[in-house]
Design a protein around this ligand. Structure first.
Ligand code: PLP
Length: 332
């Protein structure tokens, strides 16, 4: 899955690094505009890998049909009305069922109707999405699994050429408990591709693909009782050295990180002090720090999951919140 600018990493770079991996089935995006960008990159690489459009081709409109056809994009069909439209135009498509997450997807009770409808022009793949993939034993996961087994078994009898997929990163990390092999032949990893398990409580040996650094713009000594940043929320209890880093919420660092986050530099952690502002972050500096040096915000030493837990979100949001202002530097 490479939606949301390859989870913030840069769509083109992600495609260029993955497209020739053995066993890669194709790419998944959310919107049509993401799909068009992905197709341009793949054309340049002379690759005809499929691009599945997960939510951007619904409700299906006339002009989209043209775009899908012209650019060889596969819409993920999520409703009976869109299914009827796509069948008229005979554009290769994929079909999503709602097994209990109740976002997008055709209801399980429509299964017999769907089987009849698709007979003249079946989908390439059939899929569903899991609401709690990290908790394979939860009642919601069990409900989804039961519904999925019904869908899969009924469809595969009539349409043996169709492939099935259900698993995202969480399901892949818990594949044994899910018995994932029995649930499909394709998986759809997103966050895992970028080196996060996506869940603080799920251990993995994944390594982060991205590290975020900010430069030390200034260093100053402050005295006991001096305050730092907007509203002066931080008050020094003794003489201290404060660094200003050139990063802030304008780059995608949550204001919830104010007064509680940490950064990493010269083998040590350092505490954020005061509010995160639009362009600046204040931290307690070590005597050895120098203006111009680069400090890790997250990466090898501080994970996006850690930031996520302190800012009441998930690593997905930490990564995809990074704005265009953050310069992406790609290293081999
Ligand atoms: C339909 C679908 N499949 C797969 C994924 C990938 O999920 P993850 O990033 O948890 O691996 C997503 C992401 O939200 C999704 O919407």
């Amino acid at each position: 899955m490479i939606k949301a600018n390859g989870y913030g990493h840069g769509l083109s770079w992600v495609i260029e690094n993955l497209y020739d991996q053995p066993h890669l089935y194709g790419f998944g995006v959310a919107t049509l505009s993401e799909a068009l960008k992905a197709r341009i990159v793949l054309n340049t690489l002379q690759s005809s890998l499929p691009i599945l459009v997960f939510s951007g081709a619904t409700p299906l409109e006339e002009w989209m049909i043209e775009e899908l056809k012209k650019n060889k994009l596969r819409p993920v069909i999520t409703s009976i009305s869109d299914l009827k439209k796509i069948l008229k135009y005979k554009i290769p498509y994929d079909l999503k069922f709602n097994t209990g997450m109740n976002r997008l997807g055709i209801e399980v009770k429509e299964l017999s109707k769907v089987k009849k409808l698709i007979t003249p022009f079946p989908p390439i793949t059939v899929l569903t999405h899991l609401a709690q993939a990290y908790r394979p034993r939860s009642s919601l996961s069990q409900l989804q699994k039961k519904n999925w087994i019904k869908i899969k078994s009924e469809i595969e009898i009539c349409f043996p050429e169709i492939e099935f997929h259900i698993g995202n990163t969480g399901a892949i990390l818990k594949e044994k408990i899910w018995n994932l092999d029995s649930l499909g032949s394709i998986v759809r990893p997103g966050i895992g591709l970028y080196g996060s398990s996506g869940d603080l409580h799920t251990e993995s040996s994944l390594k982060p693909v991205m590290s975020l650094f900010a430069q030390i713009l200034s260093l100053r000594e402050i005295s006991k009782n001096d305050r730092v940043g907007y509203d002066g929320t931080y008050c020094a209890s003794k003489k201290e050295r404060i660094a200003q880093l050139g990063i802030g919420y304008g780059d995608g660092i949550s204001r919830l990180y104010s007064d509680q986050g940490e950064v990493f530099h010269q083998k040590k952690r350092a505490k954020l002090v005061g509010r995160v502002s639009m362009d600046l972050l204040s931290v307690k500096a070590q005597p050895s720090w120098k203006v111009g040096q680069w400090v890790e915000i997250f990466g090898e030493n501080i994970t996006s999951d850690e930031i996520a837990s302190l800012t009441q979100t998930i690593s997905y949001e930490v990564l995809t919140s990074l704005t265009d202002r953050v310069q992406r530097v790609y290293v081999d």
